[in-house]
Every structure is written in C-alpha cells, then in structure tokens.
Design a protein around this ligand. Structure first.
Ligand SMILES: [Zn+2]
Length: 384
C-alpha cells in the first residue's frame, strides 16, 4: 500500500512538472517532448543500473560455470558433472528472478530507451530473462536432464571388433579408411549412443516443450533467427540473434508491406511476421517457397557462370543437396577455383580423403586451380 501510494505521488509530481512546463511553454508539442526526454533519461539510468548489478553477478558465475563444464567434459567424472550442474542452476536463478524480469519489462515497455547500445543490451537481456520465466523446479529439472545426457555422450565409447574407440578414433577411420566395410562398422558402432540416450532425449524434449508452452511459445526450438512475411514472402534474417522469438514478444510487421499496403483493410498491411525454421538435420524441409527460390536462383547463377570460386569450403560428401545442384547446373567449360588454408593441403597426391581429391573427382575434366594461402591472400592477389 505504502509503495503504491508513493508511486502515485511520484506520478503526480511528474505530471505536475510536465504540466507546469506545458503552461510555461504554451505548446502541446513541447509538453510531450519534455515528458518524453525526462522518461528517456530516467529509463536509461534505470537500465544502466540494472546492467551493472546484473554483470556483477552474472560475469563471475558464467565464467565459473563454463570452466566447470569444460572440466566435466574432459574428465567425464560424476563429481565434475555435479559441479557443472550446480553452477548452471545458480546461473539460471539469476535469469529466472521474477522481480528483476519485471524491472526489465517495465523499461522495455516504456519504449523510452533510444541509445542504440543500451537498446541492444535491453533486447538481449529481456530475451534471456524471458526464456527463464518458467517454474523454477522445471528449469532445474531440465538442467539435470541435460547434464545427464551430456555425461552419457562424453563417456560413451564405440566398440569395434572388441576394441573401445573414442570419437577421434572413429573420425580417423571415417576420414582415412578406403574400406567400405570398416567405415560402415565404425559408423554403426558410433551410432549405438542412440539406444543409450534416446529415452532421456525424448523426456527432455517433452519437458522443454512444456516449459516453452508455459511461456507462451509453440515449442522449445521455436526460437531461431528467421522471420517470414506471408504476404510478400520476404525473409528477414539476423546473425547471432534469435529474432524468431519476436513473433510472440513484440509482434513484428513486415516493414515493406506495412508501407505498401497500410491503406488497405488493416493498419499493419496484413503482414505480421512469423518464424521460419529449418531443423539442423540431414532431412531438411526445403518446401518453403523462399528456400525453393534461393535454391533455384543459385542454380541459375551457377548455370551462367564461366568461373566458380569456392572459398573455405572443403566439399564434404554429406552435402548431397549441394552436390546435386552443382551436378545439374555447372557448365562443362566452367573454370573452378578453390581457396583453402595451407593446413588443408594433403602431402599425398593420391590422398582420397583430401578436399582436393573431392573437388577433382567431382568436377572431372574441368580446369581446377587450387589455392592454399587462405582467402585474404587470394583477394589481395585479385586486386593486383
Ligand atoms: Zn511483406
């Protein structure tokens, strides 16, 4: 009651200050601007104080948690994983704090922060806190389950012909061996981790989705970095920022359609953006019109190119969709240039696990030039 009363008095004071200013200045415009800039100073000051307090807690704890995770994944020991789990629970407690989130929410909803760096910090903090506003018991349970799965992964050893092999051994076989049977056996043995962790992963997915739904999202992986306009089909993409979450937070609108169609039936041009997901698996759903267009345009460009330059790409066998695109569209007389780093060069000309071998065997009789001094050097020489 006391704090409400104080708040009301404060608001009244603020109103009177602005009103006085209004009377003196005599124009509505100045009245509004005066209040706005007061609000900006106030909110930016509050946010700066929030960030300072947050950093003093989050920075040391994040560092400690990362080191503990590193140690656990190196040793595989139960006690190291326990420590990593404990620190992650402590770290989550920072982000799940309801009072702190309320402060951020108030600042965000005021729309008064305009300094670009502060605004960016506000968005990142807001999203980090938002994803942790679920039931604490569930969040902690999620961390425990994740840690358990991590532990199983790092302690798993594939067994081939009675010998236990680590991930590096398996990768060496898959890279170097020319015997299909040997590769197949190593590959399948490595996949046995699936039976060990499958039920844990299914339970984790269920819990993550439950938490996401509690927060108002469709599912846990609904938060990535693409937004799609269903009206003009444009795709909005950001790096390092999961803007797809905005579909649920601030309901973004396609700025182009908003401008072009705002005089039609709806003020937003009927162009709310929705998230667009491509799952990180081999079985990608490329049925979306945008993705089809990107793929098709790439094909057209390739078919018209007399020279194709690959930079920093080692042409892995697993990229079968790209291989198929190139096979269909690259001209027989197209010249190929490949730019890689010195460490990508194989000492053995006949090394069939090298990138050079993969390029040469794929492009057959076309002229291929390999460059092993890195992209920077290659571009410098282009200018000369
Ligand atoms: Zn649009």
């Amino acid at each position: 009651m006391r704090s409400n009363h104080l708040k009301t008095t404060e608001n009244m004071k603020h109103f009177l200050q602005c009103a006085a200013f209004f009377v003196l200045a005599g124009t509505t415009l100045v009245f509004i601007n005066g209040c706005k800039s007061n609000q900006k100073v106030k909110m930016e000051k509050e946010l700066s104080a929030f960030i300072q307090n947050y950093e003093s807690k989050a920075i040391p704890l994040t560092k400690e948690a990362n080191i503990a995770y590193w140690n656990a994944s190196i040793s595989g020991k139960d006690e190291d994983y326990k420590k990593s789990e404990k620190l992650n629970i402590q770290l989550t407690a920072i982000y799940s704090n309801k009072d702190e989130f309320a402060k951020l929410k108030k600042i965000k909803e005021s729309n008064a922060v305009t300094d670009p760096v502060l605004k960016r910090q506000l968005d990142v903090l807001y999203n980090s806190f938002l994803s942790n506003q679920a039931d604490t018991a569930k969040l902690n349970q999620m961390i425990k389950m994740q840690t358990e799965i991590e532990k199983k992964y790092s302690n798993f050893r594939a067994e081939v012909k009675g010998k236990k092999l680590n991930d590096n051994d398996i990768e060496t076989i898959l890279k170097k061996s020319v015997k299909s049977d040997e590769c197949r056996e190593a590959w399948l043995a490595h996949k046995n981790i699936g039976t060990l962790v499958s039920s844990d992963i299914i339970n984790l997915v269920k819990l993550r989705n439950e938490i996401a739904k509690e927060l108002g999202f469709n599912n846990y992986h609904g938060s990535m970095n693409w937004l799609h306009c269903k009206r003009c089909q444009r795709l909005f993409v950001t790096f390092f920022e999961k803007i797809a979450i905005n579909e649920y937070v601030n309901k973004p609108i396609c700025r182009i359609c908003e401008e072009n169609f705002s005089n039609e039936h709806t003020s937003d041009g009927g162009a709310l953006l929705s998230s667009q997901l491509i799952m990180p698996t081999f079985l990608k759903d490329l049925s979306n019109v945008q993705l089809k267009l990107i793929w098709q345009n790439a094909g057209i460009e390739l078919s018209e190119a007399s020279k194709i330059i690959f930079m920093g790409y080692s042409f892995p066998m697993a990229d079968f969709e790209l291989r198929q695109l190139l096979a269909r569209n690259v001209r027989h007389n197209a010249k190929i240039e490949v730019v890689l780093r010195s460490q990508d060069k194989s000492n053995n000309d006949k090394d069939n696990s090298s990138a050079e071998y993969r390029f040469k065997s794929f492009f057959g009789k076309r002229e291929i030039n390999m460059f092993y001094n890195g992209v920077e050097d290659y571009i410098k020489n282009l200018n000369n």
